[in-house]
Structure formats: structure tokens, C-alpha cells
Design a protein around this ligand. Structure first.
Ligand SMILES: [Fe+2]
Length: 239
């Protein structure tokens, strides 16, 4: 279920996302392992398909059943983000900074949500502290790290917050990813990091590489590049 859930949302198939969790819920209950995880996935599916009321209720139930269910915590955070409830969001993600240290890189995305709530609250010192200590990876950034970090820096710049030289490392890493067209959402963030980090030429080269890929590859990602992705990769350079 989890593999299917991830593959479905990474390919933007919102209705399929909801259909999958809905179809197995009647056959699952709290006597079976993973029930809270399933509820967390269902909450996310409902949120992505616009049922915020249902998503919040199911997500909170999942966290009550298993307070360590990070995907469910994240599902409720998405509802609060979507509805602009940033003060509640800060409180919802008020965990000790070592709370999820034993978890995979997804934990840094959840800290990224905490940072977004702090952005909305104008607490920029908190945002930069989260950026440096919880969201930045100590190792080579994974794709989800670049998504978290680039979108956060762009938001801070739009608010004229002094972000120092934080674009540099992201832009340098992103330049190494030119030619990797796996998921369009990654490429857009690499473009953003390169353009904002002063590597506009590399960003232009990258955008052209996505266009070339879209014209030769028959599969899903190429189709998305052709319809919107390449233009989105060009947009940070133009801006
Ligand atoms: Fe998220």
C-alpha cells in the first residue's frame, strides 16, 4: 500500500490515490498491523483530493493511535498549510528537534513544513534555524532535500529576508543533476536553485536538456515536461 501510495502521488494521480486507500480500508481494522499508517495515507489522499475536513479528522485519529506515525502527522500539517492555519501549524509540529532523528530523510520534509508555518508567522529566525539545523542534510542532498530547501529560500527571498550565501551549495549540487529527468518536480527545484544561485547559464542548459528529453522519451515524465515541466524549468531563469 505504501509503495502504491508514493508512486501514485509522485505521478500526480490524485483520484487514484484516494481510490486505493478507500478500497482497502473496509477490509482493514485496528487488529491488523499498520492500521494507523493506512489512516495516515488515507488522510493524505483525502487532503490531496480536496476533502480537508475528512483529511484532518482521519489524520488526527491516526496520530492518536500511533503518535510516532510521521506520515499522518504530515497529512494533518498539509491540511493546516492548505487552510492557512499557520499558528496551529507551528503548535502541531512543536516537537523536540531530536524527535525523528531515527527516521529517514522524509523527517526533513516535515521540518520543512514547520519552517513554512514559521514563514507565514514572520518568525524568520526560527525558519533559518530550522533550515540550517533540521532541513539541511549533513550528507549529499537527496531530491526531497532540494525541494524543501529551494522552495524555502525562494519564499524567504520574496520576503526580503537576508539568507546569506545559502543558495550556493544548492546551486552547485543542482548543476550536477542536469540530465536526470526522473520526476519533473525535482527538475523545477534544480532550475530554481541554479537560477537563484547565480548559475543562470547552467539553468538554461538544464531547461533545454528537459526539452530534448521530452522530444525523445516516450514515457510519463517526458509527457509532463512537454506539457508544463520545461516551461516551468525556464521560468526561474526568466524571472
Ligand atoms: Fe508535504
Amino acid at each position: 500500500m505504501q509503495r502504491r501510495h508514493y508512486l501514485t502521488f509522485w505521478t500526480g494521480r490524485t483520484q487514484a490515490l484516494r481510490a486505493a486507500t478507500s478500497s482497502v480500508l473496509p477490509a482493514w481494522n485496528d487488529s491488523l498491523p499498520g492500521y494507523a499508517s493506512l489512516l495516515g495515507m488515507h488522510a493524505f489522499a483525502l487532503e490531496e483530493s480536496g476533502n480537508h475536513f475528512g483529511a484532518e479528522a482521519i489524520g488526527r485519529e491516526a496520530v492518536e493511535r500511533n503518535p510516532n506515525e510521521l506520515w499522518a502527522i504530515h497529512s494533518v500539517a498539509h491540511v493546516l498549510e492548505t487552510q492557512g492555519r499557520s499558528a496551529e501549524g507551528v503548535a502541531w509540529l512543536d516537537y523536540p528537534t531530536d524527535a525523528w532523528d531515527d527516521r529517514n530523510p522524509f523527517r526533513r520534509h516535515v521540518w520543512g513544513h514547520a519552517a513554512l508555518f514559521n514563514v507565514a508567522q514572520g518568525r524568520y529566525d526560527n525558519v533559518l534555524s530550522l533550515y540550517d539545523n533540521e532541513i539541511t542534510s549533513a550528507n549529499t542532498p537527496q531530491n526531497i532535500d532540494v525541494q524543501n530547501l529551494a522552495s524555502l529560500l525562494a519564499r524567504l527571498e520574496l520576503r526580503s529576508v537576508d539568507i546569506g550565501d545559502r543558495w550556493d551549495a544548492l546551486a552547485e549540487h543542482s548543476e550536477t543533476r542536469i540530465g536526470d529527468h526522473d520526476i519533473v518536480f525535482n527538475d523545477i527545484h534544480w532550475s530554481l536553485a541554479m537560477a537563484a544561485g547565480g548559475r543562470a547559464k547552467a539553468a538554461s542548459h538544464h531547461a533545454q536538456a528537459t526539452a530534448d528529453f521530452a522530444s525523445t522519451d516516450p514515457l510519463w515524465a517526458a509527457h509532463v515536461f512537454a506539457s508544463v515541466g520545461t516551461d516551468l524549468c525556464r521560468s526561474p531563469v526568466a524571472w
